[in-house]
Design a protein. Structure first.
Length: 177
């Protein structure tokens, strides 16, 4: 099966991606998901533009996400076929000591002191690694949600040493310094 393709019969939650616009409920909405819980398949947003087939690498010293919700697994369109990613939504994301490495030559690397996305923020990642006090979490479309990892938080969550395979970001405002 090509990378990024869901199973022909069903996604990890037993629902085919084409059959749903948004999951009706999420495991662990009160703070943590059960170990081994798969996220629901959701549809790409209407008007989703093409994304690169190979995600950029985003790292930093700290990433603070406010109003975070791990929405589910989505297929984003690329010129080479769909790319499977996780969709995170939030009110604000602030990354400090940013290094962004898009695919291609190393001279395209971007370094910034901080990047802030505000408003209706959607972040799509094929892999998300970050440290919370006492442990490191790894999230990917093909992995179950680790036990105790919140899939939503009305407050701010700060990850240290984030390493994200970044497929796409959209927000109402975006700034860097």
């Amino acid at each position: 099966m090509p990378q990024g393709s869901p199973p022909a019969s069903s996604g990890p939650s037993g629902v085919r991606p084409a059959d749903c616009d948004r999951a009706k409920s999420f495991p662990g909405e009160t703070g943590g998901a059960d170990a081994g819980t798969a996220l629901p398949w959701i549809s790409a947003d209407p008007g989703q533009p093409l994304v690169a087939a190979i995600p950029a690498k985003l790292t930093g010293s700290k990433l603070t996400m406010s109003g975070l919700r791990l929405e589910g697994i989505v297929q984003l369109p690329t010129a080479d076929g769909p790319l499977t990613a996780l969709k995170f939504s939030m009110h604000e994301a602030v990354t400090e000591d940013v290094v962004l490495r898009p695919p291609g030559p190393p001279d395209r690397t971007i370094r910034l002191a901080a990047v802030t996305a505000r408003g209706d923020v959607a972040l799509y990642a094929t892999r998300f690694v970050g440290r919370l006090p006492g442990f490191t979490i790894t999230l990917a479309p093909d992995l179950p949600v680790p036990a105790g990892v919140p899939i939503m938080s009305p407050g701010a969550i700060t990850f240290t040493d984030p390493a994200i395979d970044l497929a796409f970001v959209k927000s109402d405002t975006f700034s860097g310094r």
